[in-house]
Design a protein around this ligand. Structure first.
Ligand code: ADP
Ligand code: ZN
Length: 515
């Protein structure tokens, strides 16, 4: 049920690291203190449980603008939410009171200052409040930089209403934590979630596809007798890979959603019980699996998003012992994933967000430095180079790509940021297609300036530019590339760009005729 709500209301297919455990604890009515990095997805951890529980959840938040944004987003998703803040019009406040009276509200946002007014407690008592959520809970700390005196009233509110409280903050130092607990929870001991997102025992690695079946077989061969999962992009591939793995002397099963329920249960039970079994599976495999000693996870095809990637590799090494991962990716995957998004039924803004999540994963695939630094920064955490990823093991050769990147950006700009990568590359390589001549793009000063690089090399460059978020495809306009703010300093020559030389070397070079 949480997974259904996650999809229907919030439009996400997977939980972010850490979210699911917190959602379950809050939904179960426990007192919870959750420390999550900024951007980690805290709000969902109280919004989703509020929908699973009876009655109203009161959310105390210090920032009026943020409350209003959240209420608007929730309402758009069809959730009965309202806010009582000093920014309300009289009408808005009346509406909230009416909804509370009708027992129709699920989430009531409130600034802490509101708790100072005498009527508030009576109102909340009458309104069937069944839980309290506190955002930015460190504001209760007198020693912190964000102290809000009215946060001190929250503890008494919890006592008076006799309901569970979930407190969220990104500030993790031990003193602040202790203070939050004593001021908000009184004598109760909350269940505390302080897991950063990092899983340092998991080795991260990506490879561009280059004989993918052999790459997977080599990876498995180097880990004989270990339990592992190979995630595949299609049902047919799970069967083909399991056959190939068995032929290579491993014990392998396949698993996908098209199998009979009993056959699926059997496969799960065998994997759980036996040592050294490999399962070639679609993403249907894993939800119910709780096997601590999965030693490796490989992706035979690119996952759908960075969230899905992290959740899938996260099934390895739950025992904390070293575990390995390998994710393969190729241009066909990228095309397939893009098409899946574009052809889906989602709204345009959701599609755009899905493209962005895919871009984040591509950026990770083509990262120029430590993968863990990049991955954790996507989830809002900062880290130092990890020493446990393929790029820390063997740093890639970089080259100064400022000139080709400037060329590509200027080709995008000069064609009005209205064309996809194919057209932009036609301009750069001087390929005078009919479409190009029709628009007069063969007359642009950038026409043919990049002929020293091949199409495939330009594709690698543009892909890495997307990974660096210098340009973005617009899904509602057939992937038309527009440049981002981050690109301006490069265009102005104030900043240089380095890209990976190997991905250019792998791509077929341009045919340069001998003079
Ligand atoms: P914070 O922890 O800083 O309060 P938010 O709750 O605002 O973070 O979430 C940060 C971003 O992460 C938001 O854009 C939100 O939509 C996104 N997000 C949250 N949960 C998920 C998820 N499960 N999958 C994808 N994106 C998510
Ligand atoms: Zn690293």
């Amino acid at each position: 049920m949480p997974a259904d709500l996650l999809r229907q209301i919030f439009g996400f297919d997977d939980f972010r690291p850490g979210q699911q455990e917190i959602v379950e604890a809050v939904a179960a009515g426990r007192d919870v203190l959750a420390i999550m990095p900024t951007g980690g997805g805290k709000s969902l951890c109280y919004q989703l449980p509020a929908l699973m529980r009876d009655g109203v959840t009161v959310v105390i938040s210090p920032l009026i603008a943020l409350m209003r944004d959240q209420v608007r987003a929730l309402r758009e998703a069809g959730v009965a939410a309202g806010a009582l803040t000093s920014g309300n019009t009289e009408d808005e406040t009346d509406q909230v009171f009416a909804a509370l009276n009708d027992g129709a509200l699920k989430l009531l946002y409130m600034a802490p200052e509101r708790l100072a007014s005498g009527g508030t407690l009576a109102l909340l008592r009458r309104s069937g409040v069944t839980a309290i959520a506190v955002d930015e809970a460190h504001c209760v700390s007198q020693w912190g930089h964000d102290f809000r005196p009215d946060y001190l009233r929250i503890g008494a509110l919890k006592q008076a209403l006799g309901v569970p409280l979930a407190a969220f903050t990104a500030t993790a130092d031990a003193e602040t934590r202790t203070e939050i607990v004593s001021r908000l929870f009184g004598d109760a001991t909350p269940q505390t979630f302080l897991r950063g997102f990092d899983r340092p025992n998991i080795h991260l690695a990506f490879q561009a596809k280059d004989g993918p079946r052999r790459q997977i077989l080599d990876f498995a061969a180097a880990r004989p007798g270990q339990s592992g999962i190979v995630y595949c992009g299609s049902r047919a591939k799970t069967e083909a890979l399991a056959t190939a793995l068995n032929a290579a002397g491993h014990s392998a099963l396949h698993y996908h959603g098209g199998m009979e329920a009993q056959a699926r249960r059997d496969a799960e039970a065998r994997f759980q019980r036996e040592d050294g079994l490999i399962v070639a599976a679609t993403v249907a495999f894993g939800m119910g699996i709780d096997k601590p000693d999965i030693r490796w996870v490989a992706h035979a095809d690119l996952p759908k998003s960075i969230e899905a990637y992290y959740q899938e590799i996260g099934r390895a090494g739950r025992d904390g012992l070293p575990a390995e991962t390998l994710t393969l990716y190729g241009p066909d995957d990228i095309r397939m994933r893009r098409a899946q998004i574009d052809e889906g039924l989602a709204q345009d803004d959701r599609k755009q967000a899905d493209h962005a999540r895919l871009n984040a994963l591509l950026g990770l695939a083509e990262a120029t430095g430590c993968r863990r630094v990049r991955l954790l920064s996507y989830f809002g955490e900062t880290a130092a180079p990890c020493g446990n990823c393929d790029l820390c093991d063997a740093p890639p050769v970089l080259f100064d790509a400022t000139r080709p990147v400037q060329m590509a950006l200027s080709a995008m700009l000069r064609s009005g940021e209205r064309f996809g990568a194919g057209h932009v590359i036609d301009i750069l390589t001087g390929n005078a297609t009919e479409k190009l001549r029709e628009r007069g793009h063969d007359q642009l000063p950038t026409f043919g300036v990049g002929a020293e690089w091949s199409r495939a090399q330009w594709q690698a460059i543009v892909r890495q530019m997307m990974g660096l978020d210098l340009c973005r495809p617009d899904p509602s306009r057939h992937g038309a590339l527009h440049i981002t703010d981050a690109a301006h300093p490069i265009l102005r020559g104030e900043q240089t760009v380095t890209l990976r030389e190997d991905s250019l070397r792998r791509a077929k070079p341009a045919f340069v005729p001998k003079m």
